[in-house]
Design a protein around this ligand. Structure first.
Ligand SMILES: *[C@@H]1O[C@H](CO)[C@@H](O)[C@H](O)[C@H]1NC(C)=O
Ligand SMILES: *[C@@H]1O[C@H](CO)[C@@H](O)[C@H](O)[C@H]1NC(C)=O
Ligand SMILES: *[C@@H]1O[C@H](CO)[C@@H](O)[C@H](O)[C@H]1NC(C)=O
Ligand SMILES: [Mg+2]
Length: 510
């Protein structure tokens, strides 16, 4: 039994054994398969998983880093005010400001610059009455005394064509027309550019808010075309007065039809409209402008010189006209600007439009408050507009040399690094002899500096070094025979300071 039993046990063992072997083999196979699966599929899958997890977190990490950079990289802000803020006509303003590191904000933001296309001081009076010292606005309250056509044209000035305000000056006009029967006239108003030449009998002498202007005959022509000249002009301060004209280029616009034989019915012969003839389509100027790469101004000068004439008289007259008009209007603008607590927040860029007669006499036609800076119609003008804006922003301190997130000065050392007292002091002999501050000139000496004086001189110093292609128009170039007595006391003092700077360093004279 035991035997049998053992036998059966043995046989059982045997059978167990025989079934076990294939099982083991199976196990090994399964294990091998599993291992293969593990190494070939799961391993890579896990690695992939880890890899994607890594990438995911890396992305997240990088994302966080970008966010941090954005927070650190706070930018100075500009705010645009325009009734029609479509980007096109403001395109170059946006482009240049973005290049200078600015970002667009709103009236609610802590803005550094307000670029207003429309006159902002009536609608935004409350917001603009409480500006911080570093905030800049691209207009002066009261600039209308220069940019309003009726106001400008009916002022007496050597460079303004004779004009009669209607209906007030109707009788004077009629008398003048009788005494000068050969003259013709144009009637204009602020609203529209009704510029057709009329005989005196054809004018409507009851239209309120208009004026009648003597027409400038015998214009200077290039290839038979009449043209106007637009000069970008900046007022950086009104009390004391500082005015600059852009000499990097000027805008030449030609009439599309030749002037002679003259025909008053054909406006294209004597009025510059939106579809003007650009300089690159005027044959004699094309060579200079397109082939030789000169600016509009230098192309014209090159042409004039090639005809044996001297263009410098023309540009001297242009500067004199801008200077005279600015001085004529400074008092009125000051009266309006004084209603705002700090006049130093404001600057103004206008484009003075001139026409020219055969003898290089210049006549101011108008000053545009927000000159058209759209290159949509004439793409080559893009460069002109962007350079004008770039130069403007440098001049008024919007384009800064010190990189920062606002136009604020951060501390005294930073302020002094840009402008220190030693940059401002002048007239060493006078100052060495000053006993008190009552003598006017002594106010330019350091012991007598007030905060106001220091601010005025600092701004003047800054503008001198950052004017790039702007030329100082007022204070005028320093000469021996300057007559100061007709200027305001503040202007006299500022001119005296420029004289002092000019004595120390001749680059300040012109
Ligand atoms: C900004 O402009 C809006 C609408 O034009 C006006 O309601 C709001 O009061 C202005 N914000 C400030 C701070 O003046
Ligand atoms: C002249 O202008 C006034 C007001 O602008 C207008 O009422 C009048 O009809 C005009 N007269 C002529 C003859 O056009
Ligand atoms: C500005 O100039 C563009 C052409 O470049 C013209 O299409 C547009 O009407 C002008 N805008 C104004 C307000 O004169
Ligand atoms: Mg014009």
């Amino acid at each position: 039994m035991t035997r049998e039993g053992s036998k059966t046990k043995e046989s059982k063992k045997k059978t167990e054994h025989t079934t076990l072997v294939p099982k083991k083999i199976l196990n090994i196979k399964v294990k091998a398969l599993f291992k293969i699966l593990l190494y070939a599929v799961a391993g890579p899958a896990i690695l992939y998983g880890l890899f994607f997890l890594l990438i995911y977190y890396q992305n997240k990490f990088v994302h966080i880093e970008i966010k941090e950079v954005q927070i650190k990289d706070k930018k100075p802000l500009f705010w645009v005010y325009a009734k029609n803020p479509g980007r096109e006509y403001l395109r170059h303003v946006f482009i240049v400001l973005e290049r200078l590191g600015f970002e667009q904000g709103s009236n609610e933001s802590d803005w550094d610059l307000l670029w207003a296309h429309d006159y902002p001081f009536r609608t935004l009076h409350a917001q603009l009455s409480n500006l911080k010292p570093h905030q800049k606005v691209n207009h002066f309250p009261g600039c209308g005394y220069i940019t309003n056509k009726v106001d400008l044209s009916t002022s007496d000035g050597e460079y303004i064509p004779l004009s009669f305000k209607i209906p007030e000056d109707k009788d004077a006009l009629l008398r003048y027309a009788i005494e000068n029967p050969e003259r013709s006239f144009v009637q204009k108003s602020n609203a529209h550019r009704g510029i057709e030449i009329r005989k005196i009998e054809q004018l409507n002498l009851t239209t309120e808010g208009s004026f009648v202007q003597e027409f400038i005959e015998r214009p200077f022509l290039v290839d038979g075309y009449k043209f106007d000249i637009g000069v970008y002009t900046v007022i950086t301060s009104i009390d004391p007065l500082r005015v600059y004209a852009y000499k990097g280029d000027v805008l030449f616009r030609f009439c599309p039809v030749k002037y002679y034989p003259f025909d008053p019915e054909n406006l294209d012969k004597y009025v510059v409209g939106d579809d003007y003839l650009p300089i690159w389509n005027v044959p004699s100027l094309r060579k200079y402008y397109v082939d030789l790469g000169f600016s509009m101004k230098d192309s014209f000068d090159g042409y004039v010189k090639s005809k044996g004439k001297d263009p410098s008289k023309l540009w001297n007259n242009v500067n004199a006209a801008i200077r005279q008009i600015s001085l004529m209007k400074e008092r009125q603008i000051r009266e309006v600007a004084k209603r705002f607590p700090n006049m130093r927040n404001f600057f103004e860029m206008v484009r003075f439009d001139f026409t020219l007669d055969e003898n290089f006499n210049v006549y101011v036609m108008e000053a545009n408050m927000s000159p058209n800076l759209s290159s949509a119609h004439y793409p080559p003008n893009q460069l002109l507009y962007e350079q004008v804006l770039f130069n403007l922003f440098a001049l008024v301190g919007v384009g800064q040399r010190v990189r920062k997130d606002s136009l604020r000065m951060r501390n005294r050392m930073e302020t002094e690094m840009e402008i220190a007292d030693k940059n401002l002091v002048v007239l060493p002999e006078v100052c060495a002899a000053c006993d008190d501050c009552f003598r006017v000139e002594c106010q330019l000496c350091k012991p007598c500096f007030t905060e106001e004086t220091r601010l005025i001189l600092s701004q003047s110093y800054y503008e001198h070094h950052n004017r790039i292609d702007f030329q100082r128009i007022f204070p005028p170039p320093i000469s021996r025979k300057m007559i100061l007595k007709d200027y305001t006391l503040r202007n006299q003092l500022l001119v005296r300071w420029y004289q002092g700077k000019c004595e120390l360093d001749s680059t300040w004279c012109g």
